[in-house]
Design a protein around this ligand. Structure first.
Ligand code: ATP
Ligand code: MG
Length: 406
């Protein structure tokens, strides 16, 4: 197997200059450092035009898996650093070609040179290395326009860097560059996908999760935390804020007409999310609503619920079909956990026939019957914040077995 010594990272959507560019690069370097922090031997050099990682014997295969999940990386190439002699360039070029070449593939050598004192120019290097490879490999075919393989040789001041692969990152913006927000995370399929999409645009999220003991179990809470652990792969760490919701639900159930149970519950959720956002210095609220998916997500419902705040409420999956959301959930690795059947606080007190077109004035009127401020303050007093790291688990084997039996 080829032993790469470095990785060259090319930046994503870096249209901006000056301070924003600095912030982009600084955040990306911080995020890359965080996801690779269990490899202390690695050196990370963020530069203006790209980032250079020196592996120092760390295995590229594992680093590759982590880099694939870092937002802000457009493409990256593993490379081998060699001394500036023709012999070393040829030897390593052959090794890299033999590792990736399959019969019938076309190739091209592409040399760049920033050291103009080097004894050969780019054309000479292309030709010499090409000839060297033709002499030693069978069935090799050159192709200038659309080759299957490109062998990239970069002659720099300090050394020559050779790479044979251009890998695609997930693009987006480095998490943190767009500021902070709270994300309303349930245990379902949609909100984890919405979380991923928020982070993709550079938003640093903190999860707000409502749970209702004794109506919901520890496992439902553990499931939401474990989903957060999967999503933490995309940023290194996510704070999880658990909010007790049982008293609010019991009170609503007792005092509000059935058709408006759901609308008023959702108004409380949004008010609480907004309080937490303010406390945490966030700028917006994200959720996993999709237009028309269920009664609480019709435009009429959104009007009646969104009424409680002027904070931007961003719904990344608003226009996606369920099938599209599921596809995304499978890609990011949350789907299998999302479909585990643990009760959620919303399903417990779900009315059989919630209004699909609630009236705003009625929602306000009913809510006024309650001591909203007292309920909100008591819920706020009971919140619990935990930092969650990549792939941290919270559901033990027993919980999994029980879920399988349901
Ligand atoms: P998801 O939408 O994540 O698949 P779901 O379909 O069970 O879960 P809905 O009832 O559709 O959830 O709720 C819509 C949105 O409201 C969720 O995407 C989420 O943002 C928010 N939400 C619902 N339940 C909770 C909860 N227990 N804690 C935090 N947010 C919640
Ligand atoms: Mg949903």
């Amino acid at each position: 197997m080829v032993k790469y010594t470095e990785v060259m990272i090319r930046y994503g959507e870096l249209s901006t200059k000056g301070k924003n560019r600095k912030d982009f690069i600084g955040r990306l370097a911080g995020n890359v450092t965080r996801v690779l922090n269990d490899f202390p031997e690695i050196e990370i050099h963020p530069r203006h035009d790209r980032m250079h990682i020196v592996l120092n014997d760390a295995p590229f295969e594992e680093i590759d898996k982590r880099l694939k999940k870092v937002f802000g990386i457009q493409t990256y190439s593993p490379a081998i650093k060699v001394p500036k002699t023709l012999e070393d360039i040829e030897k390593t070029s052959l090794e890299l070609m033999q590792a990736t070449f399959k019969d019938g593939m076309t190739f091209k050598v592409n040399t760049k040179r920033s050291d103009h004192q080097f004894e050969y120019d780019t054309n000479q290097i292309n030709n010499m290395v090409g000839d060297y490879l033709f002499d030693r490999m069978d069935n090799l075919k050159a192709e200038m326009k659309h080759p299957d393989l490109v062998l990239r040789i970069e002659v720099r001041q300090d050394a020559v860097y050779i790479s044979n692969q251009l890998l695609h990152g997930i693009g987006g913006m480095p998490v943190g560059t767009a500021g902070k927000a709270v994300m309303m995370l349930s245990g379902g399929i949609d909100s984890p996908v919405a979380s991923y999409l928020a982070m993709k645009r550079g938003v640093e999220i903190e999860m707000v999760h409502f749970f209702s003991p004794p109506y919901t179990t520890e496992k439902a809470l553990a499931k939401a935390k474990e989903l957060t652990g999967i999503l933490a792969n995309f940023c290194g760490k996510i704070n999880f804020i658990a909010v007790p919701f049982a008293e609010i639900q019991e009170t609503i159930k007792e005092k509000i007409p059935e058709g408006y149970l759901m609308t008023v519950q959702r108004r409380f959720m949004l008010q609480l999310a907004d309080r937490i956002r303010e406390q945490r210095g966030g700028l917006a609220i994200f959720n996993g609503e999709s237009v028309g998916q269920v009664a609480s997500q019709t435009l009429e419902s959104m009007v009646a619920i969104n009424d409680v705040t002027t904070t931007p409420v961003i719904r990344p999956v608003a226009t996606m079909d369920k099938t599209e959301i599921i596809e995304r959930a499978e890609e990011i690795g949350t789907f299998d956990l999302s479909i585990q059947p643990f009760e959620d606080c919303c399903t417990i007190f779900a009315p059989p026939r919630p209004k699909t077109k609630p009236k705003l004035d009625k929602a306000r009127e009913y809510e006024d019957r309650l001591d909203a401020e007292g309920l909100i303050e008591r819920a706020m007093a009971g919140i619990n914040i935990t930092p969650i790291y990549p792939n941290q688990t919270f559901l033990d084997d027993k919980a999994q077995e029980d879920a399988d039996l349901l």
